[in-house]
Design a protein around this ligand. Sequence first.
Ligand SMILES: O=C(O)[C@H]1O[C@H](OP(=O)(O)OP(=O)(O)OC[C@H]2O[C@@H](n3ccc(=O)[nH]c3=O)[C@H](O)[C@@H]2O)[C@H](O)[C@@H](O)[C@@H]1O
Length: 351
Amino acid sequence: MRRLLTAINRRMMKLLIALALIAYVASVWGNFVNMSRSIQENGEQKMEKKIEEVIAPLRDKIRDLEKSFTQKYPPVKFLSEKDRKRILITGGAGFVGSHLTDKLMMDGHEVTVVDNFFTGRKRNVEHWIGHENFELINHDVVEPLYIEGLAKRVGARLLLASTSEVYGDPEVHPQNEDYWGHVNPIGPRACYDEGKRVAETMCYAYMKQEGVEVRVARIFNTFGPRMHMNDGRVVSNFVLQALQGEPLTVYGSGSQTRAFQYVSCNLLSSPPQGNPEEHTILEFARLIKHLVGSGGEIQFLSEAQDDPQRRKPDIRKAKLLLGWEPVVCRVGHKLTLYVRCVYTVYTWYQK
Ligand SMILES: O=C(O)[C@H]1O[C@H](OP(=O)(O)OP(=O)(O)OC[C@H]2O[C@@H](n3ccc(=O)[nH]c3=O)[C@H](O)[C@@H]2O)[C@H](O)[C@@H](O)[C@@H]1O
């Protein structure tokens, strides 16, 4: 009897051990299956991420290509590799910069626009987005020497867009390249005027020290489409005021003069750059009033401090050396083409 019981116990023991073994193997197997499943899932996720990283830029390229097939661009000349230049324009989405971008793109060059869009607008260059010769970079070029260093590294020529404001309230008339100017260094316009003067100084110092080729264009009162409506300049102010039937605000007596230049005339020359047709601001106010047909009166406000009294570029050198002179705004008889230009701005604002 006892033997029988011991035999049964032994069998039970064996059975229990066998069952425990099976349970253990099953749990190890379960863990193994779970582990390999999660390894597989992790691996798949990583793989998917990698594939996505590779595909994303390709997808963007395809989208750009599709766009370039469907989008119509302004006509672009074909230039051979030898003649085609690679040009970087800082502030290329701004008023003057975007017109320069248009000109260089249409001439067949490769243009990279860098703009921080503080005052520039993407819409000024959107008609080039996707074009194989065009690149738009949102970036803040806070350090001018960065651009000069870049020019040195790649052996590029640097063009600085300066301004007639470097002459301040000039004592020499008209203003030529050799005139050093008459700026009040602590006046309300000083930051802009002296800022541009320092930019010129740095470019020339860099040229002498590092041998970088430098050009400076001193741009005189330029106007045209894509100008900011409310930056306070006289063309936009008068056009807007006239359109809204408000009085045209003339600062001072209006006897101060400017020589306005249409933006497209601007892009073909060297310093100083402008239209030598000089008009008083009062004359200009009357012209806009007449053009827009507004009933608004001319309102005389107090004179702006340090306002240059006479300004007109001496373009003899540009004419002699480059054969350049403004075409759109030069007037054979008083105000004909000039009127046309102002009218262009007016219709642009109406849009
Ligand atoms: O293009 C240039 O060379 C420079 O000209 C302008 O400076 P400014 O000549 O004073 O141009 P506006 O602000 O358009 O003023 C022109 C004249 O119109 C007068 N003005 C302006 C605005 C206004 O509502 N009424 C008015 O009588 C001003 O007092 C000034 O005599 C710009 O401010 C500069 O950015 C630019 O570099």
